[in-house]
Design a binder for this molecule. Structure first.
Ligand code: NAD
Ligand code: DAU
Length: 346
C-alpha cells in the first residue's frame, strides 16, 4: 500500500474520477494532484474535496523540472494521467502533444529516478497499437501486439511509453504501464464523442458523425478503469504492461443510435460529416492478463445500463457542461467543425 500518492492530471476526466475512487477505497492515504489546468482541466470536478485534509491540489506544469523534484521528495508513488488527450486537436497542432506527453513524461521520470520514487504508473492508451481491420473480428490487442500508432496523439503516447520502459530498464525504476480502451462516464470533456453527442442532443442540436460511422471503439466505464489502475498501482509487476478493456465493441453509428434512443430522438439528428484524417478503423482490447494476474474484471460497463446512467449524469449536470461549451472551447469547436463539411451523399 502507498500512503502518499502523487497524481498528475487529476483535474481532468479520468484523473478526477480516480481521485474520488482512490480516497473512498483508501481512506488513510493522502493524495496530491498536480495539474496545469489546461483547457480540459477543471477544478470544479473536485470542488467537494477541496477542504478534505487527505487531498492537496498543486497548480503546476509537469514540464517544470524543479517543481517536480520538490514534489517527488515527499511522495511514495506517482500515477501519471496528465496529457494532451484529444486526437482531433493533435491533427490541428502537434506541438502541445510533444511537449506534455513526451517532454513532460521524461521530466517526471527524471524526478522519479533522482528521488528514488518507489512506484511509477504510466496511464497510456490502446491507441498506441494502431488500428484493427473490421473484417477480422477475432483480432484484439494484447500486451505483445506491435506498437503502431497512427495519430500524432497516439505517437506521442507511444513515445512516452518507450521512455517509461527505458527508465525501468536503465535505472531500475519500479514502473507499470496501463493501456485502456475508450472511457465514458461523468466529467468527460464535451469534445469527446459521448459527451459531445449527448449534450448536443440535450440542446436539440445535431451530432457530427465522422465518415461512414462504421469505425469501432471498445467502451469501458471510467469507474472500471479506475479500479484497474488501483490494482496495477498496488499489485502490478514492475516493468509490465497491462491492457484494460470491457469487451464492449460498438460502431460509432450504433453508439449514436443508442444515445438517440435514450434521448427519444431519431436519425434526423445525425449530421454525416467528412472523416477524421487517418481515422483508426477499430480498437479491441484483450484484457486476459490483468484479469488473470490481478483478479480485476469490469463490472460497471455493461451496455445499455452504463450508457443510460452516463446520459443521465449529463442531463442532471447542465451547469457543468454548459459553462465549458460556452467558454474558450467554443473557438476550437467552431474551427474544427467549420473545416469539416457535410459528407457527400448525406
Ligand atoms: P483530459 O484531457 O480530460 O485530462 C488531462 C488533464 O491533464 C487535465 O486536467 C489537464 O489540465 C492536465 N494537463 C495537461 N497538460 C498538463 C501539463 N503539462 N502539466 C500538468 N497537467 C497537465 O484527459 P483524460 O481523458 O482524463 O485522459 C487522462 C489520461 O488517460 C491521458 O494520459 C490519456 O492518454 C489516457 N487515456 C484516456 C482514455 C479516454 O478514453 N479518455 C483512454 C485511455 C487512456
Ligand atoms: O482508445 C482510447 C482513446 O479514446 C484515448 O486514448 C483518447 O484520449 C480518447 O480521446 C479516445 O480517443 P478517440 O479518438 O477514440 O475518442 P473520440 O471521442 O474523439 O472519438 C471516438 C470515435 O467517435 C472516433 O471513432 C471518432 C468518432 N467521432 C468523434 C467526434 C469527436 C465522431 O464521429 N464525431 C465527433 O464529433
Amino acid at each position: 500500500m502507498f500512503s502518499r500518492v502523487l497524481i498528475t492530471g487529476g483535474s481532468g476526466f479520468i484523473g478526477s474520477n480516480f481521485i474520488r475512487h482512490f480516497l473512498a477505497a483508501r481512506p488513510d492515504a493522502h493524495l496530491t494532484n498536480v495539474d496545469a489546468l489546461t483547457y480540459s482541466g477543471n477544478r470544479e470536478n473536485l470542488r467537494d474535496l477541496e477542504h478534505d485534509p487527505r487531498y492537496t491540489f498543486i497548480h503546476a506544469d509537469i514540464c517544470d523540472a524543479e517543481r517536480m523534484r520538490d514534489l517527488f521528495s515527499t511522495a511514495d508513488a506517482l500515477i501519471h494521467f496528465a496529457a494532451e488527450s484529444h486526437v482531433d486537436r493533435s491533427i490541428l497542432d502537434t506541438r502541445p502533444f510533444i511537449r506534455t506527453n513526451v517532454l513532460g513524461t521524461q521530466t517526471l521520470l527524471d524526478a522519479a529516478v533522482a528521488c528514488k520514487l518507489k512506484r511509477f504508473v504510466q496511464i497510456s492508451t490502446d491507441e498506441v497499437y494502431g488500428s484493427l481491420p473490421l473484417d477480422r473480428p477475432e483480432l484484439r490487442f494484447n500486451e505483445d501486439s506491435a506498437i503502431k500508432p497512427n495519430s500524432p496523439y497516439a505517437a506521442s503516447k507511444a513515445a512516452s511509453d518507450m521512455l517509461v520502459r527505458a527508465a525501468h530498464h536503465t535505472f531500475g525504476l519500479n514502473t507499470s504501464i496501463t493501456r485502456c480502451s475508450n472511457n465514458f462516464g461523468p466529467y468527460q470533456f464535451p469534445e469527446k464523442v459521448i459527451p459531445l453527442f449527448v449534450t448536443n442532443l440535450i440542446e436539440n442540436k445535431k451530432v457530427p458523425l465522422y465518415g461512414d460511422g462504421l469505425n469501432v471503439r471498445d467502451w469501458i466505464h471510467v469507474e472500471d478503469h479506475c479500479e484497474a489502475i488501483l490494482a496495477v498501482l498496488e499489485r502490478g509487476r514492475s516493468g509490465e504492461v497491462y491492457n484494460i478493456g470491457a469487451d464492449n465493441e460498438q460502431s460509432n453509428l450504433d453508439l449514436t443510435r443508442s444515445i438517440l434512443h435514450i434521448l427519444g430522438k431519431g436519425d434526423e439528428f445525425i449530421r454525416h460529416v467528412e472523416d477524421r484524417l487517418g481515422h483508426d478503423r477499430r480498437y479491441a482490447i484483450d484484457s486476459t492478463k490483468i484479469r488473470r494476474e490481478l483478479g480485476w474484471s469490469a463490472s460497471r460497463s455493461a451496455w445499455p445500463d452504463a450508457l443510460i446512467s452516463t446520459v443521465d449524469w449529463y442531463i442532471k449536470n447542465p451547469d457543468w457542461w454548459q459553462r465549458i461549451k460556452s467558454g474558450t472551447y467554443r473557438e476550437f469547436h467552431d474551427k474544427l467543425y467549420a473545416s469539416r463539411p457535410s459528407a457527400v451523399g448525406h
